[in-house]
Structure formats: C-alpha cells, structure tokens
Design a binder for this molecule. Sequence first.
Ligand SMILES: Cc1cc2nc3c(=O)[nH]c(=O)nc-3n(C[C@H](O)[C@H](O)[C@H](O)COP(=O)(O)OP(=O)(O)OC[C@H]3O[C@@H](n4cnc5c(N)ncnc54)[C@H](O)[C@@H]3O)c2cc1C
Length: 421
Amino acid sequence: MTEKFDAIIVGAGPGGCAAAYSLAKIGFNVLMLERGKYPGAKNVMGGRMYAHALNRLIPEFWKEAPVERAVTREKLTLLCDKASVTLDFSDEQLLEPPNSFTILRAKFDQWFAGKAIEAGATLVPSIRVDDLLWRNKRVAGIVAGGDALEANVVIAADGAVSLMAEKAGLAKFAVKEFAIGMKEIIEMPAQVIEDRFNLASTEGAAQLFIGQCTKQIPGGGFIYTNRASLSVGIVVYISQLIEKRIEAHEIIREFNSNPAIAKLIAGGKIMEYSAHVIPEASRTGLFTDGMLVVGDAAGLLVNSGFTLRGMDMAIASGMTAAQVVKIAMERNDFSRKTLSHYEYLLKNDFVLKDRETFKRAPEFLQNARLYSLYPELACRLFHRLALVKGEKKRAFDELLEETKGERGQMLLDMIKGMRAL
Ligand SMILES: Cc1cc2nc3c(=O)[nH]c(=O)nc-3n(C[C@H](O)[C@H](O)[C@H](O)COP(=O)(O)OP(=O)(O)OC[C@H]3O[C@@H](n4cnc5c(N)ncnc54)[C@H](O)[C@@H]3O)c2cc1C
C-alpha cells in the first residue's frame, strides 16, 4: 500500500514553509513539494519582510535567520524628470522589536524550509505538481510526473498563478487582477550602501519612488538595502503595460537611468534580474473538500502603495491552515464544513481584516494623477521655494493660482486616498 500523508503542501515559499513547519512540529506526517531546484530558486521579491508573523511562529527568528538589514529608514521619493522630492523618515523605535527586515529570498526560503525539515517535514525539490487527485468529488492528494500521492489535506501554497487553486475551481485568473514586479539585485560594498543611504552598519533603508519612473503607468519603484547589495525594482499594473504596448524591461531601464536613482546605484554590478506577477485581487475561495489555499495562491496580499505585504500574509495564512488541519485531524473530517474554519480564523486575524481595510487601495492606486500631476506639483513647489533670482513671489500663491481649475479634483483624490490607504 502506498503511504498516505497527513498533509501535502505544494510550494516551498513562505506560505508553504510556515504550514509545513507548524504541522511537522505537532508531529504530523508532512510532504512539501517544490518545483524549483531548491526553495527560493524560483522566488522573486522586493526584499522586505514585515517581521510580526514569523516572530509569532519562531520568536526572535532574526537571531538565526539569514536576514540582511533591519529597516530603520523609510523614504518616499516623488520623481520628476530632473528634480525629486524625498520624505525621509528614520525611527530607531522600528527596532524594538524589529518591524521589518530586508531579505534575499534564495537564502531565506532555504533557511525556512530547513526549519520545516528539522521539525520533521519531508521536502522534495525539483518536482512540479501537475494536478490534484480526486476521490468522491473531494481532493485526496496530488499528481506529479504521472505519480499520484495521497493525503488527508492538500495545502496549495504555489504562488500567485496557482495551478492548484485553478484545478480545484477556486480561482479564475484575469490579467487585470495582477501587477508585475521586476527586480534586479545590484552588488555594492556595504560601506558604500551605508554612506549613500545614511545608515549604521546593521540598519537598512526602504525607499519607494513614484512619478517619472514608470512611463506614466500606475505603479512605483523601490530600493531596499541588503548587506552588500541593493534590491532595485518596479511594480506596475500588467493591464496598462499591455494597453500601452510597453515592454517590462523598458520600464526598469528608464527607472535606473532617472538621475535620482542612477546616483544611488552608480558603480554597482547587476547580479540577477527576475520578474514575477503579484495578485491584486482575492480569489473566489480559500478552501474546498480536502484542500486549503494559502498566501499568494489565495490572493492574500496587501498593496497599500507605501507597504507591499505578501510574506507576512503568506506566513500567517500558512500557520492558520496548519491550525485547521489539526482540528480536522482530531475530528477525522476533512470536508469543507470543517475546513471552513480556516476562513473564520483568517477573518479574526490580521490577514482578512487587513485585506478588507485596504480593499479600495488597488483602485485608488490606478489613478494616473498620482504618478504625473502630484509629483510634478511637489517638484514645482520645492523648485520655487529654493530658487532665488531677484524678485520672489510666494511659492504657494503661485501654485494655488496654477491649480485653480483642478482643486476640486485634487480634493476628491485626497478624500479617496484617505479612505483607501
Ligand atoms: C517584485 C516583487 C516584489 C515584492 N516585494 C515584496 C515585499 O517587499 N514584501 C512582501 O512581503 N512581499 C513582497 N512581494 C510579494 C511576495 O513575494 C509574495 O506575497 C510571497 O512570496 C507569497 O508567498 P507564497 O508562499 O504564497 O508564494 P511564493 O513565494 O510565490 O512561493 C510559491 C512556491 O511554489 C512553488 N510552485 C509553484 N507552482 C508549483 C507547482 N505546480 N509544483 C511545485 N511547486 C510549485 C514556487 O516555485 C514557489 O517556490 C513582492 C513580489 C514581487 C513579485
């Protein structure tokens, strides 16, 4: 007789590893399958993880995990062609306890999967799961490379374009639901990074950019400081990229060549380039008979413009899925009735609460004025405040005069922004 697992987890990203670690720790027989050569091999991420979720699972994980820098400096830059305005927020309280860390996924995911293995889970890399195994109209396992493997529960942790969720009829993908992220890792000596971003040796910076860097397409850029490299990238809406017939690589080239960014990355060596989709809308379902969906596969991501959070959502949903599998094992009932407890628990935790709080953000962030008019106004204002060439008018008076016809719209945008973010 072939072995039947308590749980099979498809995908060894943060969602899968959190579920595998939690289940293995309580003694369940867990198999985690990963299509990459190793966990993290296929993963792309901007590189900042908010710490709270993993801190619940592995208290003070940063003492052993391969984190890069603890972020203490947050910058928001409004970019124009030749000028930029930066808001620079630095706060040492963000270290007590650490709020977020920059990480490199290839290292981090391997460490996290290693924790799951140490706890007793089995990881098989280089296996692509092709299908779900069905018995009596319920998910009863998976099919990979022609082999069927059985489990009481399958946890789909296979990322944004989840084949498992689609096969279970829980997701239908539409282009407008996705943004695309492109990222480069640029090698740079630690001392140069610390000088350029004004950082102490273990501290890190997260800098976001909006305005003249995405070819007028809604979205933005980011730079995260690692120990001896920068994660540099762009996130834009795919539908608009297609509509405007712009190639993804053209945008990243334009971003890198903007004078404000070029100065920060000058002298660095591009070590890696990758691109990946980001879900912007929830899927139709989080569970079915014999299956739970976690992380990006369930569309559990919050993009509020200032914070992009997928990792903490994936980790928390993986932990919650494990909690529900435990309940199902105790009841020996893996039907959707018992598994529906998953949604209930997520609704009572930050995962679905935050998705609800920020549900208007994706629509608000598609407003073109955020990327053209407002950065332009900020740059014009500071240009006038700074420039002295003889007689001088009050900068605010001039700007108010120039925006006379647009003030109603601007007020409306402000109200929408306050509601969405
Ligand atoms: C450019 C970019 C920047 C981002 N920046 C941030 C950020 O700064 N902070 C943040 O919190 N989030 C960020 N995100 C989002 C974050 O990366 C995701 O939300 C997070 O990785 C989701 O974790 P997950 O475990 O659900 O999925 P993933 O990390 O995508 O892991 C899924 C795993 O499943 C494997 N897999 C897929 N299909 C199969 C299959 N059929 N068989 C076997 N294995 C399979 C994949 O190889 C992968 O290892 C960013 C995303 C992008 C694209």
